[in-house]
Design a protein around this ligand. Sequence first.
Ligand code: PMV
Length: 378
Amino acid sequence: MRRIADRFLVRAPSNIALVKYMGKTDSVLNLPENGSISMTLEDLCTYAEIQVVPEIQGKDGKPAIGFCSWVPEAPAGAPPLSRVPRLDSAGLEKVIRHMERVRGAAPDLLESFGLDPGGLGSGRDRFILRSANTFPQSSGIASSASSFAAITLATAWACGGDPEDFRKVYTKNPEFPRALAELSRRGSGSSCRSFEGPWVAWEGGRARAIDATLPPLRHLVLVVSESTKRVSSSEAHLRIKGSPLWRGRVDRAETRKRALSEALLQGDLRMVAKLAWSEAWEMHSLFHTAEKPFSYWEPATLDLLQGFAGIFEADEAELPILTLDAGPNIHLICPADQAEPWKSRINANFKGISVLEDRPGIGARLISAVQEAQVGWP
Ligand code: PMV
């Protein structure tokens, strides 16, 4: 087949849950104990590129099927300040296994959406991944969600025939990104919420956008620390089940999830803020009370939380939407016209906190599929 493209570049945003995915019923398929709801971001994202190098033979002379590798370089099209993720051997193995999983599933998946399954990157070719994040890794900004969504999308795109056919189906048929989201979930559960936006509910095996009636919003990440987290989220999913607070957690999360969808639909920001506040405390309380307890908090996390608790106590209506992921940083969501006042207030009251700003987004998207004049080994 004529080679149309050999470099496939995509970007996928992070997403921040207000009702959290914490605890799995199936750790192979990454199925959640309870439903979750998140907001998809826009600029805090991962750029991933697959370079396809053709016709690699295995040692036995047969095609080396599913041959995937990672190069610690940013893709050429990523913004200049993006950071290449640091991967230890377990992280690398997880990524490679996921690329192979996507390559294995791609032929049937593409065919089921009327796309050429015997595409350019099928079977014999080597896939080389480059990726970079626009935000610090492993510090509670859900880099695994954006990374796995981007890797899934880029790998699937590289498996197809004509990249423009793939683009048409991806942009016109919402069931296609949803099917890719299901595949992505196998790599990292929360990544399945990064394919749509701005508000996404994940229930069992399926994640899909839900309706909300809200004013334009801004998302501020109050960065307390950029250091790598000590307990991985995979470990957290297991350990929390040993907490005495685990009992009743699934029912409480489901009740909160129903209340949150209703509040989003009604545009009741105050209720959204109240629900997000209790959910964030509940998830971190599960961490703090696990049989083998752990904490992601830094002293500055607690300072900020105490500051916000004071605001909450003085005037409930003033509380912005606040949450924490599995990390020390605090996420603040507010109407767009309140972002500047919040930034000034935080700067004035807390030292050493940097603020990243983003807004609600629409999910993972395709950027470019190009052919290089000469494809070589990196
Ligand atoms: O997708 P995982 O396995 O990295 O789990 C992440 C879970 C949290 O980010 C802590 C919460 C959530 O719902 O995103």
